[in-house]
Design a protein around this ligand. Sequence first.
Ligand SMILES: Cc1ncc(COP(=O)(O)O)c(C=O)c1O
Length: 455
Amino acid sequence: MKLTPEALRQANAQHMLHPMIDPKAVALAPPLIIDRADGVHVFDIDGRRYLDTVASLWNVNVGHNRPELKAAITVQLDRLAYYSTFQNTSNPPAIELSARLMQMFAPEQMKKVLFSSGGSDAVETAMKLARQYWQLQGRAQRTKFISLKWGYHGVHFGGASLNGNPLFRTAYEPLMPGCFQVEAPYLYRNPWGETDPARLARLCADELDRAIQYQGPDTVAAFVGEPVLGAGGVIVPHESYWPLLRAICDKHGVLLISDEVVTGFGRIGSLCGARAWGVAPDMMAMAKGINSGYVPLGATLLNERVVSAFEQPGVPAALMHGYTYSGHALACAAANANLDIVAAEDLPGNAARVGALLNEGLKQFMRYAHVGDVRGRGLMSAIELVADRTTKAPLIVGTPYVQTLVAEARAQGAIVRVQGNRLILSPPLVFTAADVDETVRILHAAFGHAERSVS
Ligand SMILES: Cc1ncc(COP(=O)(O)O)c(C=O)c1O
């Protein structure tokens, strides 16, 4: 069945539900249907070209349509598409990828990996293994999790219970008991009105310390956080924050889980986010950039401390967790080819260099009346939209200003995403200085248009 563009547009909302949007809204607005892509550009079914300033969903890091990935996937497909890694069967690409990951994250002293199908799975796996770790240590009462307000850890009941934004929680409550959120180091909005990033880091870390003491350290399994909060609006902490987190977790024996689903594999200028802050976590949840989204894949990495609990002689420690697609051969083959590119093209270095240009260029946007804050690190940036700079009242998706902004950016040839009241930029890590210039030019046109048409 080959549908015409019009038939595709009509059929879309009739049969398919879309994540993160009210189905009624999808039914009312014709969808943007992406048909093909190349490099940092995507093309819709009418052949219009757009600059992909969001790498689809922070994940197509090496760019679209890379011959190396397509070749790796097809070569693998000709040999073996899939065989399970349950119990004691395996496949070569998964074995190769596990060894490669341990080499890449040797500085963080990672020792083993459990594969899954995406970021939510990777977080769920980390949470379950944290609980099992404590059971194996004879401390089964350590079951609680602490995370950050504004944090995003996916959509499974575990991750959703960690999420620090009611938007992702309310419709699915009650969530998992024993999960608590503390303040994020969010300089633009924090309950103390603190404007110094180092002092804010200290205030937030102290709050975590108090929260662990209040719960009782012997009941807390792990703290889970993103090195730079992504979906929460690209909240970049002060450099002292993660070292403080590590110290507090160590003081109370609590595991530190870094959710690297967005920051993993280069986005903020280092191979993982924790490394950017000079911290080695106990577990890392990874996905997205592991194979740039060519085939779904998640990975949860465990350090020696966690692994050793499972390796105690004579202690039964079966991992009663895993997914049909854990270690999927095509996904792992794609990851191996993808990570070759990450290394060969020094994509973390490129993210640092080109990201610095992007973040510098975005500072000019403070000239627009509805921009309250601009921030970023590497190729991960946000422009925070406000109705009024004094009250900081959010200017959100669905308002005429935001609708005009997004529509004009699209008319000018770029896909941009506004989440809540934050315009988020998370381009492929192969972005160039010229791509940054193009992004900044289009955004100026879009902001100028929105200011003129809706004031
Ligand atoms: C930090 C973080 N963790 C977890 C997830 C969930 O990943 P997935 O959508 O692949 O399940 C996301 C998704 O954006 C994320 O940003």
